[in-house]
Design a protein. Sequence first.
Length: 217
Amino acid sequence: MATLLHIDSSVFPADVSASRAVTDAFRRTWEEQHPEGTVIYRDLAADPVPHITADAHSAGFADPATHTSGQAAAFAERVRLIEELERADAVLIGAPMYNFSIPSTLKAWLDNVILLGRTAATGESKVKGTPVTVVASRGGSYAPGTPREPYEYVQNYLTAVFADALGADLDFIVPELTMAPHNPEMAQLIPLFEASRERALQDAAAKAKKLAQRFAA
């Protein structure tokens, strides 16, 4: 049966976080459509993975037989995360924009699972072709043609990572203007925020249903 790897990285709880609300809608639809499937869940805010260290990094380029005890321990954690990713038939990631980029906890996870010769830059990668859906929420709008378009580093970065480096089948859901209900200066944008949120929730359900049906077939 198909396995979904679901990763959240928002520091806010589900009743506040825009990205968690949308990933939850995706996951609930996936489970409804594919109840016999498996979901692996990681909440990187509640249970962060180790940031990459010199031992963890260097171990990825060395023969395991030559690993020091520090390298062996650090690399074992990387392998555990990599194997989790490799087992996934589909991946769902909540990636809110913080200070123009992704949360540091999500970057730490990526630094662990991106391994040249295994998940990246290899024709034998088990990650290649895996459908990855990223919920890239943001407080404002960074869409093409907006004043802040040049500061859109989340989708650009994750495209380089997932599509280009890992060869995954990447798709984005983008709830935007999420600060509108909380910032008086953005009050006039609340209707646009509400429309964006509704589109994101509907998009999440539709994409999850399509993927679940694909794997159930």
